[in-house]
Design a protein around this ligand. Structure first.
Ligand code: FES
Ligand code: FES
Length: 233
């Protein structure tokens, strides 16, 4: 007598008579599964090939150093940088420009702010290789012939700093604001500075310096106190 079941109760291996009631044998089922898997693999291989075809036109850089040309403060410079290097790292360690600071390195404080085609950006959150082709302006590049800009002078006059760590970033952010809007309102100044933190709490004097540069009436001591109240609210 043919054995239909193994001792454990499962259909006996390779026994044609062990076909389930549906009429599909275990072997047929496995064969079918193989075909389906092959079709799925073929399909996904097709889409991978398509994607590869699209990306193969893009050049791959790194991981080793590659030439990176940056235009910094009006001067083109060539560096050998790994593509993972941030603009801030390149400025500070390669170009010797340490004005932009690195307190957080995660787009939280704004002390690393530089201008990219007059737009303030966090240099810690941009790769140096991505900054190619743009004009980069750092705090070192705004004073001409040793003369501070009007805004920088206003920072001095209004005492717009204490430890000074946030100052380069603040100045760059406000320089960008004043270039696109020479007469900002207090609300516009506040909004522009919203991405820059000052742990010393110099906001009222920083705002006063920017308003003064924009030609707003000189802010009195009392108004500075009012600004401060707004700042800490
Ligand atoms: S160091 Fe870039 S935002 Fe703080
Ligand atoms: S002056 Fe110290 S952090 Fe702003």
């Amino acid at each position: 007598m043919k054995r239909l079941f193994s001792k454990k109760g499962s259909p006996a291996r390779d026994d044609p008579a062990a076909a389930p009631a549906s009429g599909v044998s275990r072997r047929d089922f496995l064969k079918g599964l193989g075909t389906t898997a092959l079709s799925a693999a073929a399909m996904s291989a097709g889409s991978v090939a398509k994607e590869l075809e699209q990306t193969s036109t893009e050049r791959v850089y790194g991981p080793g150093p590659v030439p990176v040309i940056l235009s910094i403060n009006g001067e083109k410079q060539i560096f050998q940088l790994e593509p993972r290097v941030t603009l801030l790292e390149a400025l500070r360690t390669q170009a010797g420009l340490t004005g932009a600071k690195e307190p957080c390195d995660r787009a939280a404080c704004g002390a690393c702010t530089v201008l990219l085609d007059d737009v303030p950006v966090y240099a810690c959150s941009l790769l140096a290789i991505e900054a190619q082709g743009a004009e980069i302006t750092t705090i070192e590049g705004i004073a001409k012939d040793g003369r501070l800009t009007k805004l920088q002078q206003a920072f001095v006059q209004k005492d717009g700093l204490q430890c000074g760590y946030c100052t380069p970033g603040m100045v760059m952010t406000l320089t960008a604001l004043l270039r696109r809007n020479p007469h900002p309102t207090e609300a516009e100044v506040r909004k522009a500075c919203s991405g820059n933190l000052c742990r010393c709490g110099s906001y009222p004097r920083i705002f006063a310096a920017a308003l003064d540069t924009g030609g707003a009436p000189t802010v009195s001591k009392l108004e500075v106190i009012t600004l401060h109240d707004h700042a800490v609210a």
